[in-house]
Design a protein around this ligand. Structure first.
Ligand code: BDR
Ligand code: CA
Length: 313
């Protein structure tokens, strides 16, 4: 096997973030240099703690977890306890973590790591609002040419939004940060709602995690059963969209996804459409292409990969 791909996961766990982290920790093709927490689904003190809970659940307490931005760059923090529960990880009964939070700020960790590692060696994997990533790009602009690529979950176009009719949660919470990232010139792969709404946690798929018979399998089933209840009612589907693991699955098996290289511009002016990702799918704007926008997923292959990998933990 070739050398593992070096990644930093930036996250606001969140049940689906948790499954993404488990998938990464279970996969020898990836070397997680660190996990950086950001405020999003729940406030920062909970997201950083939740990241540590998941590392311990996976039996990887040596993973480095850093706390980052406690609020978006310009707007007030909007959270999503109505989806994720009060803790952000409602569902299973996970113990308080005993592994430490790293000293130092997540933004410093991102900058220092990118400056120390060889050019093009590190991939950033944002699973929440893009505050930490934008702050790192502002703090040290030289990192823009050192990042291999940014593979992120966020946005939506054909599916519209999930927090407003126009905007997806991660982009809506910090649209100004998203604007910085999409204008940065860094190669971007985007997993919008157009993909994740096709990756549904059906009852049979949740059962496959439970059948693993391991603590990770049981916890994953409990996380997903809690997480999907809100979206099942909202969308009338069997299961809810499993958003964030699409990012990690892409690193492992890019052939599961299909999309198009497009211009993506983030709305930061109109309150009505604040945080909308305006995706020029048909190439009508003449604006430069800045992101590989995914639209289709092999959802069976995606869940097979998840079960196969989580079985290793
Ligand atoms: C995104 O928002 C969060 O609630 C999820 O964790 C995911 O990252 C989906 O819109
Ligand atoms: Ca998330």
């Amino acid at each position: 096997m070739s050398a593992p791909r070096k990644i930093i996961i930036d996250t606001d766990p969140g049940q689906d973030d948790a499954v993404a982290i488990l998938l990464a920790l279970a996969s020898p093709e990836l070397e997680i240099l660190g996990i950086t927490a950001v405020a999003g689904n729940v406030p920062l003190p909970l997201t950083e703690k939740n990241a540590r809970k998941i590392c311990e659940l996976a039996g990887k307490p040596e993973t480095r977890v850093y706390a980052g931005a406690a609020r978006p760059m310009v707007r007030s923090l909007v959270t999503a306890e109505h989806v994720h529960g009060r803790t952000g990880l409602d569902g299973p009964d996970l113990p308080e973590p005993s592994m430490p939070l790293q000293e130092g700020h997540a933004v410093d960790f991102i900058v220092e790591t990118l400056m120390a590692e060889p050019q093009g060696a590190v991939t950033l994997c944002p699973l929440g609002p893009l505050t930490n990533i934008a702050l790192a790009l502002i703090r040290e602009p030289r990192i823009a040419t050192r990042i291999k690529e940014i593979v992120l979950m966020g946005g939506g176009f054909f599916e519209g939004g999930n927090v407003t009719p126009a905007a997806e949660f991660n982009i809506y919470v910090d649209p100004h940060a998203a604007d910085v990232v999409f204008r940065s010139g860094v190669p971007i792969v985007m997993m919008p709602l157009d993909v994740t709404h096709k990756a549904l946690t059906t009852a049979a798929r949740v059962e496959a995690f439970r059948r693993l018979g391991t603590p990770v399998g049981h916890a994953t089933a409990a996380l997903l059963e809690f997480f999907e209840r809100f979206d099942e009612e909202k969308y009338g589907t069997d299961g809810g969209p499993l958003h964030d693991p699409c990012v990690i699955a892409y690193l492992l098996k890019p052939e599961l996804f299909k999309g198009r290289h497009c211009n993506v511009t983030v709305e930061i002016a109109s309150e009505l459409t604040m945080g909308m990702t305006v995706i020029d799918w048909w190439g009508v704007s003449g604006r430069p292409k800045n992101a590989q926008v995914m639209r289709y997923i092999d959802d069976e292959g995606f869940f097979d990969l998840l079960v196969e990998r989580l079985a290793r933990l």
